[in-house]
Design a binder for this molecule. Sequence first.
Ligand code: PEP
Ligand code: MG
Length: 560
Amino acid sequence: MAETETRQGIGVSPGSAYGPVVQVAPPVRPPADEPAVEDHEAALADVKAAFESVAQALEEKARHADDTAQKILKATALIARDKGLVKAAGKQLTAGRGRANAIANSVEEYCAQFEALGGYFAERVTDLRDVGSRAVAAVLGVPAPGVPDFTEPSVVVAEDLAPAETATLDRSLVVGIVTQAGGRTSHTAILAAQMGIPAVVQLAGATAIPVGTPVALDGDTGEVTIAPEPGLVEAQRVRREKRAEALAASSGPGVTRDGHHVALLANIGGVQDAQSAGAQDLEGVGLFRTEFVFLSADRAPTVEEQAEIYRQVFRPFGDRRVVVRTLDAGADKPLSFADLGPEENPALGRRGLRLSAERPELLDAQLEALAIAAKDTGADVRVMAPMVATVEEAAWFARRVRENGLPKAGVMIEVPGAALRAAHVLAMVDFGSLGTNDLAQYTMAADRMQGALSDLLDPWQPAVLDVVAAACDGARRTGRPIGVCGESAGDPLLALVLAGLGVSSLSMAPSKVPVVRLALSLHTLPECQGLATAAREAATAKDALEAVRSRAQSALTDLL
Ligand code: PEP
Ligand code: MG
């Protein structure tokens, strides 16, 4: 039996869990002593067949997966069918490598190129290595790496989870997720929260925890206890029940104890998310990431194809608001039909609204489709642009939205330049929405896809709070509402700070809404303002969190 030990990671999906560890099988390595092939043609055919079998297995999985998972799996299958990979493997065979090594080397060549490109490309490296490892297993005739079959409710532990793996986990059997790598805004984190599975990332030594070892994890604090004492498990169970009870007792719109309204909204990525969020006690959608719908599309969707999807997304919300973000393609969210070619720095490149300057027909088709779906459903649709940096961009976007007959135009405030000039930028539109994921990335100059930079990307960084505060001041001066739709909106303590800074809505994974609602209901607006001041006066991110935690109502902090 392992010794009891508590380790600290980063909590990215709320709730606690307890169960035995299931280790995700690591990638299969090619044998070091694999001989060179004799029949080059036959070997190349084997390599091709291996990649193809991986693509087919992923597609087969996709057939049984939900909406989000399907897209991710299909996108990964496309990687497995990349002709360039087979070609590169062919060169390796010619150079005297065996089949498995040819596959592994060609994949690593691609990975090195992707890593050098950074941003979105670097993020796809996890998927690429996953495909490579599966192809190596296929060509060697050994079991595929990844999540093994298991029947007892368990905690899934991995070095990192490919989006495809996270999205296809069986929710009824996976009680928690722990990864050694990964970051706050990585796919694993966003998908786990979307699926309502408690998760901790960046846990040192996670992959060395023996299979079957019981672990208790806390997706709020990021604590993971290996072989916990029965007392701790019991205390966590009691806390879980207490928390569920407390959360069940609060319902309805987000309101502070003194009656100040802060709308509680959902972040969604497609029709299935809309159906499940629409059935929940929340006030609408604060961020519909439309690019998630088209991640695996190999051509631009037509106006009618888009309109049909948007109708299905809008309907579950009746007359509740639905804030739609126009395509945020590029960098961490690639769309093959909206690709302008490789860039040195994709996160700083022609992404988001900047892409629309070069491909205005994509934006026009989307706005037309949104207008049709809004009219057909009578939904309260508001449209916002990603990655807006200047007044001119905001004005250009608002004009196009209005020309399409859509009533409300907004901008995401996720570039520090736009945050600092929010009064002028927001004067061009009807509302703003703070994208704190990117705002943290750009304020701290830290790639959000690099788990190792998690400390810099911490939304509690006082500099990020100052930039948020500047945007809120600007919004106040212009009389425009401003909300938050980055992951920070779903952190109950940070939500209090954001409310104190003056945001009018908080949009998050639906599983996070109840605890944020409770947090608001326990504090008055002046208390939230006091918490915001305390956080901004702190010298470090850690101090800011501690300042708020120690001042917040214990009825909340006891549950966290
Ligand atoms: C953000 O940047 O905070 C945001 C909400 O957008 P995304 O995470 O999709 O970039
Ligand atoms: Mg963003």
